[in-house]
Write a protein that binds this ligand. Structure first.
Ligand code: AMP
Length: 386
């Protein structure tokens, strides 16, 4: 019996465990929170990632370790990797934890990114603004996710406020040019221990306040963009000797792609793969870290995923929809917290648009649904927009 250890016990660990049950796997999550939602049906070691005694116990009870949370201290991941196989490898995690290291790698690999500059001091910030221009986004290099640790600068008068908000605590920062993108896309991909690489069809994403609100897949993209996106993802994975699932987040801007970041784990924009693909991102991540053959990543029809942030809506409209799939994470409601999602899958875009619009009114989330619905409607209209 194989036991997979997961650092982090949130909804991603929970969905990994659900996907691992048919593979006959056991799980152990390590999380400091008393109410980690994966622990509702997976054994938990409740401890801080820096607690070496707890890490030693964790290592003794598992066969392989992986992550539901990328900001596990690199030193803890390295310590663990000396005792059990850890995937993705801690060196890959370390690059993905630092926005500057990540952007530097993308540039070295010839992958286009928005103009950026390192900011370690107030003087650096002035210099960076002069170099990158405005509007721009100041971000913490580490520990930022879901739009946290970010400050948008529109005019020179915003520079001091941005510094006070993020820099005054001596944080390592990065200033990025604001990209006037038309679409946000993500490549979800998996790389096996032997280097085999597979990707799911590209996903189109909508964010609200920096948090993913909705995804549509397969996104309609030209074959040139598709090729470029997959080539970028594969070159990053190869360079990092990455094992497991990851997401490459991209901006589409005037027909070109700019890379934003990679998430070194299963990703929210891949939740649609549970019902919408031959093999889900969760199952393929487990297959990869265990050295098992990878599953097919083709889409089964068309999918729209809606994230439930803050609180769950009424489940009944989704449960009543012939195309609807409901996921509640067993979390209490809290502003900004991801508490669940729903995925709609249908054989074609027309049926998907009909299914999503049928629940839009009853769910009372019309603003959230407007983006994907408009895209679906445009793509199913006579003139077939991109
Ligand atoms: P991140 O934490 O980098 O994934 O940023 C969260 C969201 O903020 C992204 O999905 C975008 O919607 C937005 N964002 C981040 N960086 C930029 C940028 N350089 N230009 C425009 N929007 C951005």
């Amino acid at each position: 019996m194989t036991t997979v250890g997961i650092l982090g016990g949130g909804q991603l660990a929970r969905m990994l465990a659900l996907a691992g049950a048919p593979l006959g796997l056991r799980f152990l999550v390590m999380d400091s929170l008393a109410d980690a939602c994966a622990a509702q049906f997976v054994p938990q070691l409740q401890a801080d990632y820096r607690d070496q005694q707890a890490l030693a116990e964790f290592a003794s009870r598992i066969d392989v370790a992986t992550f539901d949370f990328e900001n596990v201290p690199a030193s803890s991941a390295q310590w663990l990797a000396q005792r059990v196989p850890v995937f993705p490898v801690p060196s890959a995690l370390a690059v993905a934890q630092d926005r500057l290291a990540e952007k530097t790698l993308f540039s070295e690999l010839g992958i286009a990114v928005a103009a950026y500059a390192r900011v370690d001091s107030r003087a650096d910030l002035d210099y960076a603004v002069a170099r990158v221009g405005l509007p721009a986004i100041l971000k913490t290099r580490r520990l930022g996710y879901d739009g946290k640790g970010q400050f948008r600068l529109r005019q020179h008068g915003d520079v001091e406020a941005a510094w006070q908000a993020l820099g005054a605590g001596a944080a390592a920062l990065i200033l990025e040019a604001m990209v006037p993108f038309q679409r946000e896309l993500s490549v979800l991909a998996v790389r096996a221990r032997d280097g085999e690489f597979r990707a799911w069809p590209i996903t189109e994403n909508w964010h609200c306040d920096g948090v993913l609100a909705a995804s549509l897949a397969p996104a309609k993209v030209s074959s040139a963009l598709q090729h470029a996106a997959l080539a970028s993802a594969q070159s990053i994975a190869d360079a990092l000797d990455y094992v497991g699932v990851f997401a490459l987040e991209l901006f589409e801007c005037d027909g070109a792609l700019l890379a934003n970041e990679i998430a070194p784990r299963v990703h929210n924009s891949g939740h649609w793969t549970i019902e919408g693909a031959c093999t889900s991102q969760f199952e393929n991540h487990l297959r990869a870290v265990l050295g098992l053959p990878l599953g097919a990543t083709a889409a089964i029809g068309h999918s729209c995923m809606l994230n439930w942030v803050g609180e769950l809506p009424d489940a009944r409209p989704v449960l009543s929809s012939p195309c609807g799939h409901w996921h509640a994470y067993g979390k209490s409601a809290r502003p900004g917290r991801k508490v669940g999602h729903a995925t709609f899958t249908a054989p074609d875009r027309v049926q998907l648009a009909d299914a999503v619009s049928a629940v839009a009114a009853t769910l009372q989330r019309s603003a959230q649904i407007a983006g994907p619905l408009a895209r679906l409607r445009a793509q199913t209209a006579m003139w077939d927009a991109p």
